[in-house]
Design a protein around this ligand. Structure first.
Ligand code: NAP
Length: 271
């Protein structure tokens, strides 16, 4: 029986999720890693165990599957463990527009980026409340602040929803007296990862100024520290903070025009 706490990280096979795994492992957490690519997860699990005195659980699962959350939680329970923390991080950008994509693709997107994180949180939260400790980080996006745009469709909606959801869970935990159960929405701007390779916009995003980009490490560190402080929302980095503020003070039609002018760079609308 270990005294170490267990952090479940979705989308741990790459990018921001892999960095969360490295940073939580370095802080002495055991890590449950999940994503679809088992080979990547196994390699990262070995690295984490070699570098840190921790243990790992690898669960290869497609979050779009309707049984994904129950499967992940039961595999953790089978190891005799409870979930002390969750980083709901798995995500991607759909190519195409709402007009030219199949409903199945939109439904999978909603499941992976929105309902699975909410279901995981719901199913782990009562245990956290009983034990008086929990950490939940929902990886949202600066896109949750910006107006929707061509091809953005559900991405901005889902990320905005995750921000509100995190604020509500943080408020509910506080009101119920669960003062060591924290929930935080992390809202990165452009971050180096595989995200823009997967959604086919790497060439266009490479034209964007380097000062707009952050490495995954400081993004993740800001998220973990904010969650430790009990801060419901964190926008990492000075540039992103400035952009988030701008979205609140600019008149909406101007904001929409600015986003429309830029969105072709980070959305592939070819169906
Ligand atoms: N990079 C950015 O500029 C940026 C900015 C703001 C917000 N974000 C958000 O940050 C989060 C992480 O993205 P990233 O930038 O680190 O991208 P990434 O490097 O492409 O990593 C995405 C992760 O999500 C997993 N994933 C994708 N589809 C999945 C599915 N159906 N089931 C299970 N896992 C799945 C991938 O694993 P498998 O392929 O192995 O399943 C991978 O581990 C996302 O929620 C994204 O929206 C990113």
């Amino acid at each position: 029986m270990t005294a170490r706490k267990l952090m479940l990280i979705t989308g741990a096979s790459a990018g921001i999720g892999a960095e969360f795994a490295r940073q939580y492992a370095a802080r002495g957490w055991d890590i449950a890693l999940t994503a679809r690519r088992a080979d990547r997860l196994e390699a990262l699990a070995r690295e984490l165990e070699e570098k840190n005195r921790i243990s790992t659980i690898v669960i290869a699962k497609d979050l779009a599957a309707s049984d994904s959350v129950d499967t992940i939680l039961s595999e953790i329970a089978d190891e005799g463990r409870v979930v002390d923390g969750i980083v709901n991080n798995a995500g991607y950008g759909l190519t195409g527009t709402f007009f030219n994509t199949k409903w199945e693709d939109q439904a999978d997107f909603l499941r992976v980026l929105y309902t699975a994180p909410i279901e995981l949180t719901h199913k782990a939260l009562s245990g956290m409340a009983e034990r008086g400790f929990g950490r939940i980080i929902n990886v949202a996006s600066l896109a949750g602040y910006t107006p929707g745009s061509n091809g953005h469709t559900l991405y901005a909606s889902v990320k905005s929803g995750l921000i509100k959801f995190s604020e509500s869970i943080a408020a509910e935990a506080k009101a119920a007296g669960h003062h060591d159960v924290h929930c935080t929405a992390l809202c990165p701007g452009f971050t180096w990862s595989e995200f823009h390779d997967v959604n086919g916009t790497r060439e266009a995003t490479n034209e964007m100024p380097k000062w707009m980009w952050m490495e995954a490490a400081p993004v993740v560190e800001a998220g973990i520290n904010a969650c430790e402080r009990g801060q419901p929302v964190i926008v990492p980095g000075a540039v992103n903070k400035g952009l988030a503020t701008l979205t609140r003070i600019l008149p909406e039609p101007i904001g929409r025009k600015m986003v429309a002018a830029q969105s072709r760079r980070f959305r592939n609308t070819d169906g």
